[in-house]
Design a protein around this ligand. Sequence first.
Ligand SMILES: [Zn+2]
Length: 237
Amino acid sequence: MTSDVARGFRKTAGEVYRAEALDGFSWLTHGFGTRHSRHPDNLATLHQIHSDIAVCADGRRGLIGDGDALIADRAGSLVAVKTADCLPILMADVRRRRVAAVHAGWRGTVREIAAKTLAALDANPADVHAALGPAIGPCCFEVGADVAAQFKKWFPERGDLDRRTTLDLAEANRRQLLAASVPAEQLYVAGLCTRCGEEFHSYRRDRRHAGRMFSWIGITASETCGGSAAAPRSSQP
Ligand SMILES: [Zn+2]
């Protein structure tokens, strides 16, 4: 629900949501757009295909390929994903100063795009902070038994995943990152439902009329970072 903004997120000028914890890192910039916001110029984006493919932007801009997560590892690089109910995740390795934007719908969640992006970042999970933005909430995300059954790994306590039910996409991804050893206190969940909130685009609500919202993260500081020289890599050949 829109009134239920989780502590740690706030709406800033230009109708953009931001995670206060990520704002604490002066070398990065980020935002979760709404239907009323504008996104920065010079974003790198992907043709999103509900895959588990993470791509390193390598400083490129514009539409740079197929996949569902983009990694930036150099100053001036801004990466983005587009969503309308799917979950946008913005993550940062705050030691090596690398960032990633992830598009996680139910297919990407099942394919573990968040965990695979974390692996592609080649980060120590203890150095990673991740913000899980506005997405369709458990109030509205009703799925059939075929989809629900694929979430048993993330919700082992639930006995209703063999029938039509509702899912919490953000919680599934939060658990996926927890399982990958990202500390719980470094995971920030907006708790905003895109279908309930009129300020968001929602595919389930607006169907073919739905627009898409941009969520972006980038590196602003030009100072070089420490850590190893290992290059981020695609999670798939
Ligand atoms: Zn809702």
